[in-house]
Write a new protein. Structure first.
Length: 328
């Protein structure tokens, strides 16, 4: 009898191993991180590629693996990694969301002791190359304009929850932004700015109330376009932003109006500050010429403006605590 068997033999038949302890797990889960994969679909001379980085996580219905070192129900993280490659080979990779659904459904149906499967996926931003305006058959360029990510959580007996997002979308505009009339007290040194640079690195993450008829690729592009439209406005005149907060809200509202299946969207727009260089101490420069040409990019500290906007009729389901009522 090994040590584990001896330990288990001391338990009464109805006793769970964790009843031995005065502590309980709040959460458990194990999986493989950074599983990288390039998938190529060859349609004659035209090729399509998806490069993904996948993280998997499985939660079992017992904790005996953690508590007593009994590994008999463990799907090794190495096997989870192999599953990612095998399912990609067998079924192909379309969107991160659909591949995440495929993987989580597989883990639940293949292994009865798995209670929850979570798969997080990031997609590399490969774009087809163009030469003389003609799309190339098989050459691609990595355009890290933003990163697409998704996570699918599938709990046994429940519907899969799909979360999608984009991050790292850096934008700047050189006018049509202001920040004025905020609290002016003994802590305030920032002057009212009726003209300033607005720059941010967009982070957005959203959930679907229903996945009926959702085209995940189209939805992702729609979110990016809505955010960029709300930020930039029409090409000739732009759109005025009185604050990052207001632009963030208008972007989120536009997204929810366009994608009816989306329940809520979280957005963070860090305010990347650019401060005008002070030329007043340079004798060669005229004192009265305002500087609106040379600025110091300041990465940190950055204002962090964030909000989650949801549909009123869905809010209680997603936010059990009464949501803050808008005063507007
Ligand atoms: O758009 C802004 N919102 C703020 O809350 C804020 N605070 C700050 O210092 N600058 C800005 N800009």
């Amino acid at each position: 009898m090994n040590n584990i068997e001896k330990r288990l033999a001391t338990l009464k038949p109805t006793e769970e191993p964790d009843a031995l302890l005065e502590f309980d797990f709040v959460d458990t889960g194990y999986g493989k991180n950074h599983i990288r994969l390039l998938y190529i679909k060859r349609d004659g001379p035209t090729h399509y590629i998806k490069e993904l980085e996948v993280n998997t996580r499985l939660t079992l219905d017992s904790k005996k693996d953690y508590l007593v070192g009994d590994n008999s129900d463990i799907v090794a993280t190495d096997s989870q990694k192999n599953t990612v490659y095998i399912l990609a080979k067998q079924h192909g990779v379309k969107s991160p969301e659909e591949f995440g659904l495929l993987l989580t459904s597989h883990f639940l149906s293949k292994y009865p002791r798995v209670m929850k499967a979570k798969v997080c996926i990031e997609e590399l931003p490969w774009e087809r190359m163009c030469s003389d305006g003609k799309p190339h058959n098989h050459a691609f360029i990595c355009t890290p304009k933003s990163t697409r990510f998704s996570s699918v959580t599938f709990q046994r007996g429940a519907l899969p929850e799909i979360e999608s997002g984009l991050k790292g979308l850096r934008v700047i505009k050189t006018t049509q932004s202001a920040f004025e009339h905020f609290i002016r007290d003994e802590f305030a040194t920032l002057p009212d700015l009726h003209e300033r640079i607005f720059s941010t690195v967009v982070y957005a993450k959203w959930n679907y109330a229903s996945t009926q008829g959702v085209d995940y690729d189209l939805a992702w592009n729609t979110v990016r376009d809505c955010i960029l439209d709300a930020f930039a406005g029409p090409p000739d005149v732009g759109v005025f932003s009185p604050s990052v907060q207001n632009t963030l809200y208008l972007a989120q509202k536009r997204v929810l109006e366009k994608i009816p299946q989306m329940s809520h969207i979280e957005t963070a727009l860090p305010n990347k500050h650019y401060t005008a260089i002070d030329f007043s101490s340079f004798n060669s420069m005229s004192k009265n010429i305002p500087n609106d040409e040379v600025f110091l990019p300041t990465e940190h500290p950055a204002g962090n403006i964030r909000a989650v906007l949801g549909r009123k009729n869905l809010l209680p389901q997603f936010f059990p605590v009464t949501p803050m009522q808008s005063k507007l």
